[in-house]
Design a protein around this ligand. Sequence first.
Ligand SMILES: Nc1ncnc2c1ncn2[C@@H]1O[C@H](COP(=O)(O)OP(=O)(O)O)[C@@H](O)[C@H]1O
Ligand SMILES: NC(=O)OP(=O)(O)O
Length: 317
Amino acid sequence: MAKKLAVVAIGGNSLIKDNSKVSVEDQYQAAKETAYHIVDMIEAGWDVAIGHGNGPQVGFILRRSEIAAKVEGMHEVPLDVCGADSQGAIGYALQQNLQNELRRRGIEKSVATVVTQVRVDPNDKAFQNPTKPIGGFMDEAEAKRREKEMGWKVVEDAGRGWRRVVASPIPQEVVELPAVKTLLDAGVVVITVGGGGIPVVRNEQGDLQGVAAVIDKDYASSLLAREINADLMVISTAVEKVALNFGKPDQKWIDRMTLAEAKQYLAEGTHFAKGSMAPKIQAIIWFLEAGGKQALITNPENIGRALKGETGTWIVP
Ligand SMILES: Nc1ncnc2c1ncn2[C@@H]1O[C@H](COP(=O)(O)OP(=O)(O)O)[C@@H](O)[C@H]1O
Ligand SMILES: NC(=O)OP(=O)(O)O
């Protein structure tokens, strides 16, 4: 069978599932479920590179460090290092669950998480206009209080509550791309660009240096998919399908849309919420415009059915 290469981008929120249950054990269970469905893909003959989000998790790590600094006089952790921590912890949970599921099914395959830096432009306007929701959800009063008293930037996130936001520059380069390609060529299941990658810039000396931001993992996964010429980009999130007029009385689920339709609906501005579904659609537009053949948005439990054409939202050139 000809090798088929897919990039699967797993949402940080879908790795939390229930916002009221965010223990490490609950997150591990969510990773286990997602890993199970990715192994279905591997069993069906796909080579897979996995990107994942970290919005909730990186916010929790940052907040823990801020509270520890206040209560115990511990050091705070810079946001790029929180991103690196989240790559390690989420990569660990995914990697272990993938290894366990592959072993259960008798599939011999290595899995490796690559601590991945992603270069951004230091002059990206995003540094002046934070948009990336991180951490948990708050009600409006609490969000406004933290904005006033703690200097947070906050937004209402897709009808689900209020969240803190940080800068989210556009990814320009996957620094560890050659290593990722080598691993994929060797048949390894690679977990990379976790949390969109650790945001770095090149300083005047040409050295890499971390910056305070959280890159959108759908954008980073799209960049990866373009760089490795993936045959398919899958965005695994908390909804089975994408909707037009999402959350409105005239909401309509989409089974299939063309690149031109995706661009039109995105431009209309009313269908895909900013900071949640809109970046996913944009990421897929970039992938298809660069020659990608097909993309799919669905939830983890429906990846197998969607790949058989039974559900999900398919976006094609
Ligand atoms: N048009 C839309 N169709 C489907 N879901 C949408 C739409 N607009 C916004 N959403 C919301 O976006 C969520 C996915 O975004 P988000 O939770 O940020 O993703 P992630 O899984 O990457 O963390 C869905 O669970 C849904 O609540
Ligand atoms: N980094 C990132 O895009 O995370 P989410 O998928 O959790 O938003």
